[in-house]
Design a protein around this ligand. Structure first.
Ligand SMILES: NC(=O)c1ccc[n+]([C@@H]2O[C@H](COP(=O)([O-])OP(=O)(O)OC[C@H]3O[C@@H](n4cnc5c(N)ncnc54)[C@H](OP(=O)(O)O)[C@@H]3O)[C@@H](O)[C@H]2O)c1
Length: 331
């Protein structure tokens, strides 16, 4: 059997009867790996699913000592012995803590998503495989790196920048997602358009004193789409910003000049930037975030470059506008 788990730095997996965090990339991976297979879970984990219902497209084997427990659409096993008799060799153990602990001795593979954070208040753990000499790491993939690797460059600029971004990630795996890396770090931006891409949502930046797209530092968060969405919402006050596509829309290395931030000198460095295309309703209320920008507004797409007036960004905004229009069938 195999186990599949999402655990934090300390192998914590749950808090207050629920997951620590729901990561869209991880949920996709979970679905792709387990679909069509048998999943093995504890009664308490079943209770965390929407409506307490079993997972679709998979045979659900639930462990419970309660003989009265008969959830619809799932089979119940009263102990590990009876479970092992019925579970297939390619079944997935999907949690929670007590079921992982009980069945790990029968697993030959663990698909572990490690979240680079330590969640306070966690109360359920997966066995610490780093400390267990019987387990070895055979393959490692990093989700944000996989996403950038999967991106098909659309120009020589993107081909070169994507290659360099992957090289930075290879050289600085420990801190490329954080500002601790003073040479380069990953940032994520959102290019927000309205329903027909005739207007683009931008904020007038305090430091650079220009109209600019939204976005910011990953600061350790490898879910780069979530970073872009969060920054777009925070910088504009627009609540309902959605992805036009969940895929990366562009990659760019953006050099940053040295500058003073909160009284401290920040030396010149590189932003290894991925962009996402986002969409919002241009009638929704806007809100200025005084510590970052002085104005927020929907700029006319036709005159975008006149407003932004930053030659280094012309190519970036132009390609993103074209790609948004293409996705919306407006090109
Ligand atoms: N991060 C992840 O990947 C992940 C995955 C799954 C779950 N979780 C989290 O883990 C937590 C739940 O874990 P948990 O340990 O509290 O509960 P659990 O393992 O999901 O379920 C525990 C229940 O399973 C039954 N059970 C367990 N071992 C058994 C055995 N040997 N024989 C018969 N029945 C057995 C018992 O049910 P009865 O009480 O009915 O007898 C027990 O109360 C939640 O916070 C959840 O969100 C995290």
């Amino acid at each position: 059997m195999k186990a599949i788990v999402a655990a934090d730095r300390n192998w914590a997996i749950g808090r207050g009867g629920d997951q620590l965090v729901y990561l869209s990339e991880d949920l996709k991976r979970f679905k792709a790996l387990t679909m069509g297979h048998t999943v093995i879970l504890g009664r308490r984990t079943l209770a965390t699913f929407p409506g307490g219902r079993p997972l679709k497209g998979r045979r659900n084997l639930v462990l419970s000592r309660d003989p009265e427990f008969r959830p619809e659409g799932a089979e119940v096993c009263g102990d590990v012995e009876s479970l092992l008799k019925t579970a297939e060799e390619d079944a997935f153990v999907i949690g929670g803590g007590s079921v992982y602990a009980a069945l790990l001795p029968w697993c030959d593979t663990v698909y572990a998503t490690r979240i680079d954070a330590a969640f306070p208040g966690a109360d359920t753990w997966f066995p610490d495989l780093d400390a267990d000499g019987a387990w070895e790491r055979t393959e490692e993939s990093v989700m944000y790196r996989d996403e950038i690797e999967a991106y098909v460059p659309q120009s020589p600029q993107e081909e070169g920048d994507r290659r360099m971004i992957l090289e930075y990630i290879r050289r600085f795996p420990a801190d490329i997602l954080t500002r601790d890396n003073a040479i380069a770090h990953i940032t994520s931006s959102g290019f927000v358009v309205n329903a027909d891409a005739s207007r683009v949502l931008m904020a007038h930046h305090n430091i650079y004193r220009v109209w600019a797209w939204t976005g910011g530092h990953a600061d350790g968060d490898g879910d780069l789409l979530a970073v872009a969405l969060r920054e777009a919402r925070e910088e504009t006050g627009v609540e309902h910003i959605r992805p036009l596509s969940e895929k990366i829309a562009a990659v760019d290395i953006l050099p940053v000049w040295g500058h003073v931030k909160r009284g401290k000198w920040v030396p010149s460095h590189q932003h290894l930037n991925v962009s996402y295309l986002l969409v919002a309703d241009d009638r929704d209320p806007l809100e200025v975030r005084a510590e970052e920008n002085s104005r927020v507004g929907w700029l006319p797409a036709e005159k975008l470059l006149e407003y932004t007036n930053e030659w280094q960004m012309d190519g970036v905004y132009t390609k993103l506008l074209e790609r948004a229009r293409r996705l919306l069938g407006k090109d």
